[in-house]
Write a protein that binds this ligand. Structure first.
Ligand SMILES: Nc1ncnc2c1ncn2[C@@H]1O[C@H](COP(=O)(O)OP(=O)(O)O)[C@@H](O)[C@H]1O
Ligand SMILES: [Mg+2]
Length: 584
């Protein structure tokens, strides 16, 4: 945290100085008040004759001090928040920057909900903690120590009385803090739980309604909420008990001061004004201690949050960037090829999983070739495609693009070569136009329209109220599955690339639209290497070669005609689908 603190230390120091000013004013006031009472009103040192002029000048002095103290307080607040907000701002940016470098396994490990909570709520907690720390530490220590010091200066007996009470006051405070301390991390965990349920349920509201799970989810949320309240109440009860005890202790101190004071006043050892001042200092002392308790609570919360933020800040990118920029002459190859993919005995398991998803894949895909990948769900098609832009690293063998291992590429250079339409279409809540131009910012309207035309998306886009400017609702909720797929495809087609991957991207299209799409694609991008993952024979039959995956192994590879002759699995799929269509 020091790394962030030191950048804004100047603000913190200025804030501290203003705080010193504010507290000094608070500490000086009771002394002036006692002078007004003793010399101005009672005329203790003047045979009982008051001094109206003194009352006026001291009164004015007090007003000036109050104004000055208030000003210091306001400026302290400004600088305290400048410290906290700036630090929070930098942390948020750093976290976001780090999250952007996260590999997919890292994302999976943290979880979206947790990342959002950390970057928003936790950083706000840290921010508050810093503000309160800068403000509170100086205020409480100065107020506590200052009150005791000034009391001793006024009358050392009063000072001693307060000093005697201090162990009791501190004892109560420590007792309550020890009781509450174990509850605070629990509170944080329960708050997390609520955030998690909220995020999941709001994002999944359609499924909840479709499955009539509202009551169950309401109960689940209610339980998490009740748990939180229970813990919160326990904390509140502890502190609710603490306040009256502290007040009682303070009142005992006041009574003792009054008793001792009355004896001293009749003995001529002290004055009523000094007694008044002593009582004010006692109150200030107690306020200082109560503030310390508050501060302690917030510091505990702040530190817990800081640890969660730190986990993001300390995460190092897991995929080590290579040095090859994809532009310099390709090593060991005279001719510059673009879009050649070689799987050399590639095996793959997801990080943290024992299941080998891909086993000994050997496959060379030539530039400009169209390769289709088929196989049952869960056989590893998406995994295979994810290796090409290096979303994950292979666990065995090697994957080369244009003759260079993907791990040797700079990630940016590698991903520039690849355009991918993911299995689950991800759209952003910006106009359709911007969604399409996501991979090529600044693309002209003609380019966008031409990409949409290849993706067979023009008709439906033009039928929307705003055409290409129609905003897409959050996560594409305003579009049908097939429409979303076509926008994703337009996006992939528009992005300049040497390799184009469609991961089950045409599954929601009817056969005719799909056929038109592939035809237009071949005509528009003859030199681009195309990998088409699909379930339907109709989607893959025109590909140059078809790879049949079965349980992570490459079972067969060849053209439609070849596979029909040689592959039992392909024949089975063919007959099940074509037979089904005939019957239909
Ligand atoms: N992030 C992940 N972590 C661990 N296992 C995964 C992950 N994603 C998919 N799997 C598993 O890997 C296997 C292959 O998945 P996938 O490549 O998505 O199949 P598909 O052929 O349907 O595209 C499946 O058994 C799936 O359960
Ligand atoms: Mg898949």
């Amino acid at each position: 945290m020091w790394k962030y603190m030191k950048r804004y230390l100047h603000f913190a120091v200025i804030a501290a100085l203003f705080m010193v000013g504010e507290v000094m004013m608070d500490l000086i006031q009771p002394g002036l008040m006692s002078e007004i009472v003793d010399d101005g009103v009672l005329g203790v040192n003047n045979g009982g004759v008051g001094n109206a002029h003194l009352i006026l000048t001291l009164g004015l002095e007090m007003v000036v001090l109050v104004i000055f103290g208030g000003l210091c307080g306001s400026l302290n607040n400004v600088f305290v928040h400048m410290t906290g907000q700036n630090i929070g701002n930098e942390m948020r940016k750093d976290c976001f920057r780090n999250i952007m470098t996260f590999s997919f396994p890292q994302m999976d490990r943290f979880g979206t909900g947790s990342l959002v909570t950390r970057v928003t709520n936790d950083i706000t907690q840290v921010q508050n903690f810093i503000s309160q720390f800068v403000r509170g530490m100086i205020r409480t220590s100065m107020l506590t120590l200052g009150s005791i010091y000034f009391m001793f200066r006024l009358n050392h007996r009063f000072g001693l009385i307060v000093l005697c009470a201090l162990p009791f006051i501190m004892g109560t405070m420590i007792f309550c803090m020890v009781k509450a301390y174990p509850l605070l991390p629990k509170l944080q965990a329960q708050l997390d739980q609520i955030n998690e349920i909220m995020q999941e349920d709001i994002a999944g509201i359609r499924i909840i309604k479709a499955c009539v799970r509202e009551i169950y989810e309401k109960l689940r949320f209610g339980k998490a909420n009740d748990d939180l309240i229970k813990t919160q109440l326990r904390v509140l009860v502890i502190f609710a008990f603490m306040n009256p005890v502290m007040n009682m202790l303070m009142n005992i101190v006041v009574v003792v001061i009054l008793l001792a004071g009355s004896v001293q006043v009749s003995g001529g050892l002290t004055t009523p004004g000094i007694i008044m001042a002593a009582i004010t200092y006692t109150t200030q002392l107690l306020n200082g201690i109560l503030m310390l308790v508050m501060l302690f609570q917030n510091i505990t919360k702040g530190i817990a949050s800081w640890h969660r933020v730190k986990e993001i800040l300390d995460s190092k990118p897991e995929l080590v960037d290579g040095s090859y920029d994809g532009e310099t002459e390709i090593r060991g190859d005279d001719k510059v090829v673009r879009g050649k993919i070689e799987f050399r005995d590639v095996s793959f398991a997801f990080p943290g999983s024992s299941q080998t998803v891909l086993k000994h894949i050997n496959l060379t895909i030539n530039p400009g070739e169209t390769i289709a990948v088929m196989g049952a769900t869960g056989c590893g098609k998406t995994a295979l495609a994810s290796l090409i832009p290096r979303f994950y690293d292979v666990t065995g063998g090697q994957l080369l693009i244009d003759g260079v291992d993907v791990r040797e590429y700079k990630q940016k250079a590698l991903r520039k070569k690849v355009a991918i339409a993911l299995q689950k279409s991800e759209l952003f809540s910006v106009p359709i136009k911007e969604n399409i131009a996501w991979g090529k910012p600044g693309a002209s309207d003609e380019e966008i329209a031409s990409a949409a035309s290849i993706a067979q998306a023009v008709d439906f886009i033009q039928s929307t109220p705003g055409g290409y400017d129609t905003p897409v609702a959050e996560r594409g909720m305003s579009l049908s599955g097939g429409q979303k797929q076509r926008i994703s495809i337009s996006r992939a087609v528009l992005k300049p690339s040497e390799i184009l991957i469609f991961d089950d991207s045409t599954s929601a299209l009817d056969l005719k639209t799909e056929a038109n799409l592939y035809e237009a694609l071949s005509a528009a991008k003859p030199d681009t290497t195309k990998i088409i993952i699909a379930q339907r024979i109709a989607s893959v039959r025109r590909a140059d070669r078809i790879v049949v995956l079965n349980g992570g192994r490459m079972e067969a590879c060849g053209s439609h005609a070849e596979l029909l002759r040689s592959s039992k699995t392909y024949q089975d799929i063919y007959h099940s689908q074509i037979g089904g269509e005939d019957n239909g």
